[in-house]
Write a protein that binds this ligand. Structure first.
Ligand SMILES: [Zn+2]
Length: 155
């Protein structure tokens, strides 16, 4: 097996795209065909094409858009999307399958969570597959930190 860089920046470098979201106007994060293959259902896959972006605005219901103005919305993707859906059954880490509810449970019971540490460990062992598994096509750690902060802010 090919060895992989332990740093998560190496596998998840953010590329922005010039294609803005047609609904909210925010610049998206460019995603690859690998990401789209995994998260866009077959019936929409050809229409979105391979040149698409993930809308990073949590308030916007567009998940993917392409320069032609075609969009895949929240609810149309194969899995619910962390930043677009605040439900407890929504994954915050797709590689190791941690859901928002697991963060909430840890924080409620112990006031802290070791989930980010467990994810970092998995990344260090080269077991992450963010490009394929995460609908954003990028590392989840930023989303995990954001979700923890948000839950802590609610209590
Ligand atoms: Zn948008």
């Amino acid at each position: 097996m090919e060895s992989r860089a332990p740093s998560h920046e190496a596998c998840c470098r953010v590329k922005t795209t010039t294609c803005p979201c047609p609904l909210c106007g925010n610049a998206g994060r460019k995603v690859t065909a690998v990401t789209l293959d995994h998260h866009v259902p077959q019936r929409l896959r050809a229409a979105i094409g391979d040149d698409a972006a993930f809308c990073l605005n949590p308030a916007c219901e567009v998940v993917y858009c392409n320069p032609g103005g075609f969009v895949v919305r929240k609810g149309q993707t194969t899995l619910p999307v962390t930043i677009k859906d605040s439900g407890d059954l929504v994954p915050v880490c797709y590689c190791f399958d941690f859901k928002r509810g697991a963060l909430r449970k840890d924080l409620a019971e112990r006031g802290k969570t070791d989930i980010p540490e467990r994810i970092r460990q998995g990344i260090a062992e080269g077991r992450c597959a963010c490009e394929r598994k995460n609908p954003q096509g990028a590392c989840c750690l930023g989303n995990v930190a954001g979700a923890i902060k948000k839950i802590q802010g609610e209590t």
